[in-house]
Design a protein around this ligand. Structure first.
Ligand SMILES: Nc1ncnc2c1ncn2[C@@H]1O[C@H](COP(=O)(O)OP(=O)(O)OP(=O)(O)O)[C@@H](O)[C@H]1O
Ligand SMILES: [Mg+2]
Length: 339
């Protein structure tokens, strides 16, 4: 029976959920948000539909982000969300009969309790056999790094709330650390900057748009001035304020600094031969947070090591998970299940 099961990769992040189906590619890429009615717990909308409702619904509807810092914080909502998107990904009702093999990635510092909760949630959402991969390993495979080669490679995977830093050699993680910084930390810093500097209140979505479309964390990477329209603390009407990208550099680099420090700590834990490989080969950035303009230059200057951002960095984890699962024989899967 196992040999007939479909292979599916699921990356359940604190900002986005992505599902990749064997031979089809990524079929789901949606915000990991669920709109829930407070009184009854009834699910009103899931994913993009829920995100679009944000700030526009009556007070009885609340937006739940069921994953935080890489772990499940709202169990039932997670099961609903994953089950809903698995149904979207595999329209065939046979999924309920022959449950798919599912691989998912977990952050370096996940606890046993966290891992068991993820396993149980996936099972309830319809998974058959479940396999875990360390997120940095999945990210490295998704970034097309040769993980099995006997040399050191460093992957820094920057999500919405967590950054995983890892050195990989011989298919395994040699040294790793997680830093509680991600794309959302930059959004928060931008909100604080506008409040302190201009007494302006901007929302989460505006902050994220400023970061994604106009800001940079290293000088001269982006130079085009832009306008931000928002309410002033004391005013009743929105005002337009012209902003230069370089004003935000100090704020954003303060947020990014712990990533550079984390990289140094991981290098200290790494055997010297592998460290010299990393100096030669450079650091690879993955994760949606790595798309912040100039972050590769910032990390390169901060560490003295060449740094490049992988193609489609936000898709590396799910693509890597899929490749890993597709490369496993049914015997290998059974072996892993029996361990
Ligand atoms: N063009 C961009 N520039 C800067 N940041 C971006 C860009 N596009 C996406 N991001 C940020 O990437 C983050 C989402 O990345 P990703 O989808 O990898 O996170 P996640 O896997 O859900 O989170 P985590 O792994 O921390 O649980 C968001 O904070 C988003 O704002
Ligand atoms: Mg992620």
């Amino acid at each position: 029976m196992g040999a007939f099961r479909q292979n599916i990769a699921v990356d359940i992040g604190s900002s986005n959920i992505r599902i990749c189906v064997e031979r089809k590619g990524i079929v789901v890429e949606e915000p990991s948000v669920v709109a829930v009615r407070k009184q009854t717990g009834e699910v009103v909308a899931i994913g993009r539909k829920a995100k679009n409702m944000e700030g526009k619904t009556d007070r009885d509807v609340t937006m739940v982000r069921p994953i935080s810092r890489g772990a499940i914080s709202e169990y039932t909502v997670t099961v609903n969300m994953v089950g809903y998107f698995l149904d979207e990904a595999v329209k065939n009702p046979i999924r309920r009969l022959i449950r798919p093999d599912i691989v998912t990635a977990v952050h370096c510092d996940i606890t046993n309790v966290g891992r068991r909760a993820t396993e149980r949630a996936l099972r309830e959402a319809g998974a058959g056999r479940i396999f875990f991969v360390d997120a940095p390993l999945a990210a490295a495979v998704g970034a097309n790094l040769d993980v099995s080669a006997p040399n050191g490679k460093m992957v820094v995977s920057i999500g919405a709330e967590i950054t995983d830093i890892a050195v990989i050699s011989y298919d395994g993680i040699v040294a790793a650390a997680s830093v509680p910084v991600g794309g959302r930390s930059f959004d928060e810093a931008i909100k604080t900057y506008f409040k302190k500097e201009y007494k302006m209140i901007i929302g989460d979505q505006t902050a994220e748009r400023i970061k994604n479309d106009y800001a940079c964390v290293y000088r001269d990477v982006r130079v085009q001035p832009f306008d931000v329209s928002a309410f002033e603390l004391s005013g009743r009407l929105p005002v337009d304020r012209p902003i230069r990208p370089d004003e935000l550099i100090r704020t954003l680099s303060d947020v990014a600094m712990p990533v550079v420090e984390g990289i140094s700590r991981v290098l200290e834990m790494t055997p010297p031969e592998l460290v010299s490989d990393i100096y030669q080969r450079g650091i690879t950035l993955t994760g949606g947070g790595a798309r912040l303009a100039g972050l590769d230059v910032f990390i390169s200057k901060g560490t003295g090591i060449d740094t490049i951002t992988a193609d489609n960095p936000h898709k590396c984890v799910v693509n890597g998970c899929m490749k890993i699962l597709n490369s496993m024989s049914n015997e290998r899967k059974n072996e892993l299940m029996n361990n």
